[in-house]
Design a protein around this ligand. Sequence first.
Ligand SMILES: NC(=O)c1ccc[n+]([C@@H]2O[C@H](COP(=O)([O-])OP(=O)(O)OC[C@H]3O[C@@H](n4cnc5c(N)ncnc54)[C@H](O)[C@@H]3O)[C@@H](O)[C@H]2O)c1
Length: 452
Amino acid sequence: MPKRKLNRREFIKRSAAGTATASLAINTATTFISNAQSSSANSRVNVGFIGVGARAHQLMEDIRNVPGMEIVAICDAYKGRLERAMERTGGRAKIYPNHKELLAAKDVDAVFVVTPDHLHKTHVIDAVTAGKDVYCEKPLTYKIEEGLEVIAAANKHGRIVQVGSQGVSSAAQQKAREIIASGRLGQITMVRATNHRNTASGAWIYPIPPDASPETVNWEMFRGSTGQKTYSPERFFRWRCYEEYSGGIATDLYVHLLTTIHYVMNAQAPDTVMAMGQLYRWKESRDVPDTLNGLLQYPEGFAVNLSATFNNEAVNERGFQIMGTEGTLEIGGKGVTFTPSRSYDDNGWIVDSWPSKLQKAYYSDPKVIAAERPNRQAQKVLSGQERWEEIGYGDAVPHIQNFVNAIKTRQQPYENAVVGHRAAAVAHMVNLSAKYKRPIFWDRDKDNVKAD
Ligand SMILES: NC(=O)c1ccc[n+]([C@@H]2O[C@H](COP(=O)([O-])OP(=O)(O)OC[C@H]3O[C@@H](n4cnc5c(N)ncnc54)[C@H](O)[C@@H]3O)[C@@H](O)[C@H]2O)c1
């Protein structure tokens, strides 16, 4: 199979083009363009982190590879995470007691919101209101309606918001988008996307640090406006397992799949969503499903089949299959594979059941010879499989680089608040459908779920 590498330089070249064309996918009614100049338009971007948990530490490592960005401020609800973040920044960041005080700091140009999902809306809206540009981890929202509030706030304050499904800035997904746009796959009517796991930490049973206690954890900061008043280390460190803080598989994993599908297919949102979810195995540890299947129908002319279980890693079924009449595109394993369709028409076994006289006449009919025999007799010989592989950078580096570019140019990045809202909204629709056991519909004009 021929392999081609996508290197970092190629990524940088393509990402600029990708961002420009990607913006075409966004409904102009809800697009916002920020005209406000960042204080660091041509200089270093000073960033603060609201939340320095597990993901934030990965992002902090990636930032080391993004020129022109410096971490100057951090806040968190657990002491141990702050200590580690100070180690990681070489003691250069300043610790703030809460996100409001961090946002009041004049030397902070932009913030990374890397808190649990139920806090994203508050943290993003407070940040844009304070004049900061925002990189918010996925999912942008905890509930559908929050998306429109975030878009309105970012619009009003002229701020950049980029959501953190980093895959869309990868060279692989840009390549996938390019191939699909070229028409090489023919008519695409179905996309399959999966993310299966079979381990405790894959199922979000994360280790709890031995010093965790009400003295080291600020439960009120984490709790926000949610119900449970008493400190629970399970809820604090494994919040994805509880619907009070998270939408489970749909908002943790599907939201990445959806962002990618919307990006590569140049699509906005499905008009209909149906889903089923069950908790089969990890019953002691959660109130969200461990097995979830979703079916989505897009007005752009294709259907999506999403699935995830935490009870088998399904080694042969990971990533995306984009299925067209002329071939299949697979995105996975840090690369893209195109496999041409080898379908050919073999109706011989049908004609074989006819009286011999008719069979003979059929095959000597010049129309049949022209239309069917060439395909029937010889398998279509098409060019072979092709694969493109990414090399050369860490997980979120290109996405963070796109965020820096957006801050400096004041051009919205592809995964702005509108795009983030739609991906999260579809994940929430999956959960609503599974919960109420009925289809959920999208109102494209209102960019919102259809009211009952
Ligand atoms: N893009 C990706 O691939 C990716 C990967 C992992 C996680 N994430 C996202 O990152 C976010 C964080 O996930 P995580 O795995 O790091 O969780 P985590 O629990 O490890 O980190 C969250 C941190 O937020 C802190 N926090 C809680 N309330 C706070 C408050 N009011 N103010 C400041 N800090 C507060 C917690 O103390 C904790 O350290 C989630 O939205 C998750 O979906 C994205």
